[in-house]
Design a protein around this ligand. Structure first.
Ligand SMILES: Nc1ncnc2c1ncn2[C@@H]1O[C@H](COP(=O)(O)OP(=O)(O)OP(=O)(O)O)[C@@H](O)[C@H]1O
Length: 897
């Protein structure tokens, strides 16, 4: 067992509840054992060995002054790092863990993204969630209830994408929940003291922090849905407090929100619509495309708006009017962008002031950003903007307090302060009398030294004399060798150099002591005064946050206006009806890169002209997915309060947008593509209401054709209210199963549209325009050709297709509701023949039935071997192109025969 210093390290580590411990030893913070190895590997630090108690231990260290960047790097990689500081107590050295820096409590991260710490608790079918960003003081809590509460909680987690997640006691062993949370969110899981989640304790913590404000947002409840939100919020605060990172005071307010006021966007949909990141990681997300914000806080808010569209008409109208007014006033918009580009992140600066990590430069940025307020007012004081919500954004700001704080900072801070806060030069003259006096004395002492050489030359008549200072000798008088013997007696030699001699005088020594004393006193007093100043700023954290948020909102509105103007977007009309009527709609991201062909979309629920469910067909690559995604994005943008990419749009507000599109990356997570597809479909069928918008892209594709068609068919019937007791949302359903276009004839509200293509002399031109009616052509072979599939395969595929078409090999003949049964005609791969109509059941041994009743007993060996292979081929597991190649090969073998 290690003893001494290493033993102390391990003892401290044991009680620290952290992944790593940095322990101060004099001028270094040291890591030992595995911690040293980890830190060495992560940060490229040198690892050495130290022996203790007869054993060798790895050891890595960083200088005390450099700890912060190392800590930050470790924490940003997901580690929780405890810091044990060294204290001197009457000569004894004692070390204790002063703070634990964790991913969710890092105050000064390198990027500007929101960094949420999330807590989640569960009581039966109620789940409470709290999200706290200590870097900005943003704090929200909510509760979701109902049988799907866990699912909805996951949706919220995905929206906030917390960097650290604290599950309450009931969820700690809920592996399914935690696994799913971590699948979607790159988060550090922390098991914090269960006691912090207890209802009484949580209520108490909240009351301590917010007083009556906790009650006013409903977080003082001992029962009901809010009780779980209260527990989550209290635990988050307690955790931040216990880590000791000292930012609690920057959490100045808490807000609750009702997820029902937002548009439900499940995790899959947020990903499928590529709102903030693309599915492949390449290309532009919606956020990348529409983001013209100037400030980090504006960027954060825009992201928040895009991932949390609203159902609240009033708020949406306010945002829309703000965007409209800014869109109409180009001059003011330009001026705003210019001013905002000089604004700093006040929310972050508030937290840094509270935690004590703000330096003089940071406070100068606070001063300069506060100074923008009158200029922003002036920029907004135009005819178009004066009365608009854009100007209204700044109304909530306490101008007087902002001006006071700005003035205090202006009076106190020196321009161009140094980066360190302990060496003076931070504050300006006239701010503090005592400091002024010290500075004056310090400077006059310095001046005395500066003019000393002149005086000495005059007095001694020595011309080769100078006065200087260095680290080892302090201040000295230097005299050239030729004159060194003529110095007066009061000169005391301290060093002989090649060409000169160095001396000090008692007077100079005295002055030097005085200068050092004054330097120290000045540094200390200045640092003290600076800390007081920083505390005054910290006390106004709420003010900085409110100015910061107002500036962010102005930035976000201006960004949306700029994008709308540059791209000819239009202000959508929002209604409470179910209508969705878009003229010349475009995809906001794709339109940036290609000559986009705009398309209309009309969906409504009027009984005489009902179009609730659109079956979208069209060739591969024609633009079906683009059309459907653009429809979803237009609705989403409308419910963000933004303009939309269209000539005209009427958008009936939806309560949720659900999508099911090709799953690209699930295989990596070890789940079958088809399983994922069905889970997602299941979620949609359970969750979508008649006010929702559903986008289904080729549902059923992941399995054998007939299974796929059957599932798609049934899902269509279900969603289109053919089953009367189920709510029917607005649905866009793209499919290659042309059989499904037949549904339009059978079910009210189901209509066909297709993306047109033109075929001339074997060449296909994609027209990209969406027109009413169905199409029965996929041009899949054409796409295969474009993709470089070898010619023989392409031409053989064409031949097979022609035969299939001629013989209507695969046909699904209707699904009349009354007693009608799906009928299939089967192309028998074994014989190359087709079986007749009529319902067929598969033979129990899975063998393909033949048209003549299965008479395959006296077959030649070649046919037998083909049949064997055919039987052994799992259609579900074989990619279509491979199947095609196999068929080709079988056929040629049979032909040879
Ligand atoms: N309206 C449009 N105007 C211009 N280009 C478009 C339009 N719609 C789609 N495109 C282009 O066509 C490409 C293919 O579109 P998309 O992926 O939507 O086709 P798809 O019909 O869904 O294909 P598949 O059936 O093979 O999945 C897109 O990458 C886009 O560049």
């Amino acid at each position: 067992m290690a003893d001494g210093i290493v033993g102390e390290f391990f003892d401290l580590k044991q009680g620290a509840e952290a992944d790593l411990l940095a322990m101060q030893m004099g001028d270094f913070y040291e890591f030992f054992g595995d911690d040293a190895e980890t830190v060495g590997a992560e940060l490229d630090l040198k690892v050495s060995k130290r022996s203790s108690g007869g054993e060798n231990y790895s050891m890595a260290g960083v200088p005390v002054d450099d700890l912060t960047p190392y800590l930050k790097a470790l924490v940003e990689r997901g580690y929780r790092v405890a810091v044990a500081d060294q204290f001197e107590d009457g000569g004894d050295i004692e070390r204790r863990v002063a703070r634990v820096v964790t991913p969710g409590t890092l105050v000064d991260p390198t990027d500007t993204d929101a960094r949420y710490l999330a807590t989640v608790v569960r009581e039966g079918d109620r789940v409470g969630l709290a999200f706290l960003d200590v870097t900005t003081g943003q704090f929200r809590a909510t509760a979701v209830t109902g049988p799907d509460a866990r699912e909805r909680a996951l949706t919220e987690l995905y929206r906030f994408a917390p960097t650290e997640l604290l599950p309450g006691p009931e969820l700690r062993n809920d592996d399914a929940f935690l696994t799913r949370a971590r699948e979607r969110v790159d988060t550090t899981l922390t098991l914090h003291d269960a006691e912090a989640f207890a209802p009484g304790r949580a209520r108490h913590t909240l009351r301590e922090q917010f007083g009556a404000a906790a009650e006013s947002v409903g977080l003082d409840d001992a029962s009901g849905a809010d009780a779980v939100a209260t527990r989550a919020a209290g635990a988050a605060l307690a955790y931040v407090d216990e880590t000791g990172v000292g930012v609690l005071a920057s959490v100045t307010r808490i807000g609750t929100y009702d997820p029902d006021e937002q548009v439900t966007l499940d995790a899959t949909t947020q990903r499928n619509l590529e709102l903030v990141e693309t599915m492949t990681g390449a290309g532009q997300s919606l956020l990348d495309t529409v983001d013209h914000t100037e400030t980090a806080a504006g960027g954060r808010l825009l992201k928040e708006w895009l991932t949390r569209p609203l159902q609240r008409r009033g708020e949406l109208a306010r945002r829309q009017s703000g965007v409209a007014a800014l869109a109409a006033d180009a001059m003011a918009r330009e001026r705003l962008h210019e001013l905002l580009s000089g604004a700093s992140d006040l929310e972050r600066l508030a937290s840094r002031s509270v935690s004590g990590s703000a330096d003089a430069g940071a406070l100068l940025r606070v001063r300069d950003t506060l100074a923008l307020l009158p200029e922003l007012d002036a920029a907004l004081d135009t005819e178009r903007l004066r009365e608009s919500p854009a100007a209204g954004v700044l109304e909530s700001v306490d101008r007087e307090a902002a001006a006071d704080l700005r003035e205090t900072l202006a009076e106190a801070l020196a321009e161009d302060p140094p980066n360190t806060v302990t060496q003076g030069g931070l504050l300006c003259r006239g701010f503090d009398d005592e400091l002024d006096e010290l500075v004056e004395r310090h400077e006059s002492a310095l001046e005395w030294v500066e003019t000393l050489a002149e005086r000495e030359k005059r007095e001694t008549g020595l011309s080769r004399l100078s006065v200087d200072r260095n680290k080892t000798d302090g201040y000295y008088v230097q005299v050239g060798k030729s004159q060194a013997d003529d110095v007066p007696e009061r000169y005391e030699a301290i060093k002989t150099l090649k060409n000169s001699e160095r001396f000090v005088t008692p007077e100079l020594r005295e002055k030097e002591r005085e200068i050092l004393r004054l330097e120290e006193a000045r540094g200390e007093l200045e640092y003290e005064l600076f800390r007081e100043l920083r505390e005054r700023v910290a006390e106004r954290a709420d003010l900085l946050q409110s100015v910061g948020r107002a500036v962010a909102e102005l930035d976000t509105l201006a960004s949306l206006a700029t994008h709308a103007v540059r791209n000819d977007w239009t202000r959508p009309e929002l209604t409470d009806s179910d209508d969705l009527d878009v003229t010349a709609g475009r995809h906001p991201v794709v339109e940036q890169d290609v000559e986009f062909v705009p398309n209309d979309l009309r969906m409504c629920t009027d009984t005489d002209d009902e179009r609730r469910f659109l079956v979208v067909t069209g060739p591969n690559m024609s633009g079906k997915s683009t059309y459907m995604r653009q429809s979803a994005l237009i609705v989403l943008l409308a419910q963000v309060g933004s303009f939309v990419p269209a000539d005209r749009a009427t958008v009936g507000l939806v309560d949720g947008i659900y999508t099911r599109v090709g799953a690209l990356d699930e295989l990596a997570q070890g789940r079958s593509t088809f399983m994922v597809e069905m889970q997602e479909l299941s979620n949609i069928l359970h969750s979508a209401t008649e006010d929702s918008l559903v986008i289904l892209d080729e549902v059923g594709r992941g399995t054998a054709t007939y299974d796929g068609i059957s599932i798609a068919w049934a899902a269509t019937e279900y969603l289109s209210s053919a089953q009367s007791n189920v709510a029917s949302p607005k649905v866009l359903f793209a499919t290659h199963y042309h059989e499904l276009t037949g549904l339009a004839e059978h079910i009210d509200g189901v209509e066909n549209v297709h993306v047109a293509a033109e075929e001339r002399d074997g060449d296909v031109t994609f027209l990209r325009s969406v027109v009413d009616g169905a199409t029965d052509r996929s041009y899949g072979i054409h796409v295969a050709e474009l993709a470089g599939v070898p010619d023989p395969v392409v031409s053989r595929a064409r031949e097979v297709l022609r035969r299939l078409r001629e013989d209507e090999a695969i046909d699904v003949l209707g699904s009349e509701r009354e007693g009608g049964e799906t009928q299939q005609v089967v192309f028998d791969l074994g014989t190359g023949q087709f079986s007749g109509g009529g319902r067929r059941d598969a033979p129990p041994d899975g063998r393909a039935a033949t048209a003549d009743g299965g008479k395959d007993d006296a077959l030649d060996p070649a046919t037998e071997s083909v049949l064997d292979e055919l039987r052994g081929t799992d259609v579900n597991e074989t990619p279509p192109v491979e199947l095609l190649a196999k068929v080709q090969e079988w056929q040629s073998r049979l032909e040879e025969e």
